[in-house]
Design a protein around this ligand. Structure first.
Ligand code: E4P
Length: 219
């Protein structure tokens, strides 16, 4: 499973990249706006920090506008994946981008039928929003399972990216359901490391060694 960071915050991206387990980044207009710099400028900075797929979302809602913005975003860096919303115009733009060799992450997916549309248009990634479905009383993880089954049935190459992840259990369940990618807020990536028995065990190991050798470092 690939881990993407779901943030446009440069400090979070630097910390995550430093751990050596971040494969890419997803952004959306909300995350970009939070950092206070215009889209293209912030995306350029992100590309300097993380070497992997970087999703940058178009702001236009019509196909022509999406194509114009998406082509400009794709020029910024070879790692850019253009993000388009799952609308009629977005699917039309996805089809054209796919024919031009521009990779698209189709976002705001809430049903398996929508995921089928994205795959048929040639999307590189589909982003089902797990947490936002849970929020309205649906089971977000069921959607990941359904899409994985359907894509397998037809051999679609579109990668399933579990988005809107809220906690570590979402990450594990998405992995069990067969998501190719999980995009995690920095806080959730950080939480994946934690277990009290890891801390307790390490403390005990070091104490036991120090009792005999009066030192804790090797070499
Ligand atoms: C990622 O591509 C999505 O935009 C993001 O995961 C949405 O997450 P949220 O539901 O926490 O805003």
């Amino acid at each position: 499973m690939k881990f993407f960071l779901d943030t446009a915050n440069l400090d979070e991206l630097k910390k995550g990249a430093n751990w050596g387990i971040v494969d890419g980044v997803t952004t959306n207009p909300t995350l970009i706006a939070r950092e206070g710099r215009p889209l293209e400028e912030q995306i350029r900075r992100i590309c300097e920090i993380v070497d992997g797929d970087i999703s940058a979302e178009v702001l236009a809602t019509d196909t022509e506008g999406m194509l114009r913005e998406g082509r400009a975003l794709a020029q910024l860096h070879p790692n850019i994946v253009v993000k388009c919303p799952l609308t009629r115009d977005g699917i039309r733009a996805t089809k054209t981008f796919a024919q031009e060799g521009i990779r698209v992450n189709v976002t705001l997916c809430f049903t398996a039928a929508q995921a089928l549309l994205a795959a048929k248009a040639g999307a590189y990634i589909i982003s089902p929003f797990v947490g936002r479905l849970d929020d309205i009383g649906s089971n977000g993880m069921d959607l990941i399972r359904d899409i994985a089954l359907i894509y397998r049935n037809y051999g679609f190459k579109t990668q399933i990216l579990a988005a809107s992840i809220r906690h570590p259990i979402h990450v594990v369940e998405a992995a069990r359901a067969g998501a190719h990618i999980g995009t995690l807020p920095f806080k959730v990536l950080d939480q994946l490391f934690n277990h009290p028995l890891t801390d307790k065990g390490l403390e005990q190991f070091l104490k036991d060694y120090a009792k005999v050798f009066q030192e804790t470092s090797v070499g």
